[in-house]
Design a protein around this ligand. Structure first.
Ligand code: HEC
Length: 251
């Protein structure tokens, strides 16, 4: 089912605000980037709290919460961890006990536009490469699970596609975060009868639909029900039925 958006607040100190109040910033994607399955999956992970572990799941926090569309959430504020909006202390026991540095040191959330070209990464601890810094963010700062190799590759494909504002982008490559049709990601595992990949995608896409709906719209309910049907049929080995349901949903 679709989780009500208010639930995340129950786990945060009163006065916190992790969602933006205004419209999200524009997502600048580098010219010529092919938005293939890997890029699309990387974008889905960027929006998925499960990448960052248990705590993040409870408060519905993803990379995109702090870096919406690869830019900055200027409203982001967690009481006790922020000393102003858009700033956050990542080395605080709130995230994980082992990482407390005993200091209150909130930092500005930086933009990730053009991040493929801005090495080295991080101001407190410096990392030479984007994968190394991203692993540090996920594992050390958020106590998230060690990311699978394919997940890291996909996340890198998305991060490296983020472009600087006002670069040689033509209008066709600039988007304002429309529905990215994550459903198409199901096509490959349905064809290959890969249940593990399918399972994971169904969970991630369901979560994404839930987070983007303030209220459960009929369309969202139809999508989520359809996703669960696809998974159920695939689990029973009925891949024909699962594929038929997929076609019905994507018509
Ligand atoms: C709670 C807010 C928050 C979340 C969630 C978050 N970040 Fe960040 N991010 C920051 C802050 C603050 C910094 C600055 C850290 C520093 O300077 O050491 C940062 C820095 C970065 C940088 C370095 C940018 C540079 O130019 O040095 C990258 C890359 C990055 N984050 C990627 C990610 C990715 C990928 C995720 C998800 C896996 C993520 N972040 C989740 C707040 C966040």
């Amino acid at each position: 089912m679709i989780a009500p958006a208010a639930q995340a607040q129950d786990w945060l100190p009163p006065g916190s605000a992790i969602e933006e109040t205004g419209p999200p910033p524009i997502e600048y994607i580098r010219k010529g980037i092919v938005r293939d399955d890997r890029w699309l999956y990387g974008r889905l992970l960027f929006h998925s709290p499960s990448l960052l572990g248990e705590k993040a799941v409870r408060i519905a926090l993803s990379c995109n919460s702090c870096h919406p569309n690869g830019h900055v959430n200027k409203d982001f504020y967690i009481e006790g961890l922020s000393d102003g909006p858009g700033r956050i202390d990542l080395s605080h026991h709130f995230w994980q006990a082992g990482q407390e540095d005993g200091k209150s040191n909130p930092l500005d959330i930086p933009s990730l536009r053009g991040v493929g070209h801005t090495a080295p990464y991080g101001s407190v601890k410096s990392f030479p490469s984007l994968p190394a810094f991203t692993r540090h963010v996920i594992i050390d700062e958020f106590a998230g699970p060690i990311p699978a190799h394919e997940d890291m590759m996909a996340l890198m494909a998305y991060l490296r596609s983020l472009d600087f504002k006002g670069s040689a982008n033509d209008a066709a490559d600039v988007s304002t975060s429309p529905d990215m049709r994550y459903l198409s990601l199901l096509e490959a595992p349905l064809a290959a009868k890969d249940l593990a990949v399918l399972d994971n995608l169904v969970d991630l896409i369901r979560g994404d639909i839930g987070r983007n709906q303030k209220k459960a719209s009929p369309k969202a309910i139809r999508l989520v029900t359809g996703l669960l049907t696809i998974r159920e049929q695939a689990r029973r080995g009925n891949f024909e039925t699962a594929r038929a349901e997929y076609r019905r949903l994507t018509q």
